[in-house]
Write a protein that binds this ligand. Sequence first.
Ligand SMILES: NC(=O)c1ccc[n+]([C@@H]2O[C@H](COP(=O)([O-])OP(=O)(O)OC[C@H]3O[C@@H](n4cnc5c(N)ncnc54)[C@H](O)[C@@H]3O)[C@@H](O)[C@H]2O)c1
Ligand SMILES: [Zn+2]
Length: 361
Amino acid sequence: MNSDAIEISGSGFRYPAFVGRGLIARAGELARNATDRNRCMIIADQNSARYFGDRVSESFSSTKFSSQLITIPAGEKSKSLTQVEKICDAMIRAGFDRSSFVVGLGGGVIGDISGFVAAIFQRGIPHIQIPTTLLAMVDSAIGGKTGVNLQAGKNLLGVIHHPALTICDVDALESLPPQEWRQGYAEIIKHAIIRDAKMFHDLSSPQVPNHRSGDALVDLIRRNIAIKARIVSVDDRETSGERALLNFGHTVGHGIERATDFRIPHGDCVSIGMVAACAISMKRAALSADERDQIVALLKKFELPTQLPTEVDREKIIDAIAHDKKFLAGKIRFVVTPKIGEGHVSSDVTMHDIRAAIKEL
Ligand SMILES: NC(=O)c1ccc[n+]([C@@H]2O[C@H](COP(=O)([O-])OP(=O)(O)OC[C@H]3O[C@@H](n4cnc5c(N)ncnc54)[C@H](O)[C@@H]3O)[C@@H](O)[C@H]2O)c1
Ligand SMILES: [Zn+2]
């Protein structure tokens, strides 16, 4: 495997993730090494198509692929069965078959829906991920989770379908709005808390600016992909509990998302959720007050919220959590951190602890 690539492997899957600069221009060449197929549908949203559609298409045609680009509206609403049907109909009309493949070009919405299309189109064809948001690079383009939303909730339909290749061109992030950077940093800080004390202290250092670029950004993304890859390699289907660690801050975070009808972005909800998880970790996992304060300070440094807006109904959050899918046989599986750099799933956390932590937010 090329030295620029991080290998992501586990039982039944093995693929490279390339992270670097100028990789969109090399997408066709990298895809050539990953597949012997010749025809692909590139799925993008309006923004990723506008910024990168031409360049990706040119790179594919210069390496003798026959490619077509399909664009869907930007935003979470597009992660729907209606859009899946539209994309699949367009593929059938254009003569795509089992010997073709799908490329997802965009943020996590596009990664999830394009992966789902790849997983089900004629019972499954390969998928290549070209993530263009920080969140997609460090989180959603790694690990094979694909899917769409239902009226009843987010990500309720889905399949694990690992990509054949992930290409992260950090130059693509130049056009990313500040709010989207924050969403990625929330997941990066989560990775640091559960698995990487050194990265936590590097990010916290006053010498480190909160907006990285160039090689420092390449290194940061590689480091985060490696963390997620190590977790997914042992537990891609979330059976042993290892992958559940990635839910740190997410139990309360998802509750806030649902209670506010998804008006607050995911990363912001997870940030507030991590503050609640710290309060619970102090009680149930002996996290020190000093380390809790360091976590809150790091979230603030990256302009992430650490308190709930006063108008949000606390009881609604508690109700939403009570219905959360992470309750296994009536028991709460809550991810706690005993110290920065370590996380584990605890079954000692009670609904009372969660309620108390939410009241303090
Ligand atoms: N599969 C997984 O394991 C996993 C993990 C985490 C999140 N997710 C999913 O990811 C989704 C969120 O992903 P997201 O935060 O990337 O959101 P997104 O895909 O909606 O992208 C955010 C916005 O940025 C725009 N955009 C994308 N690339 C850009 C660029 N380079 N420059 C300017 N604008 C750009 C998009 O058009 C969109 O408006 C959610 O649906 C979530 O459920 C999946
Ligand atoms: Zn998340």
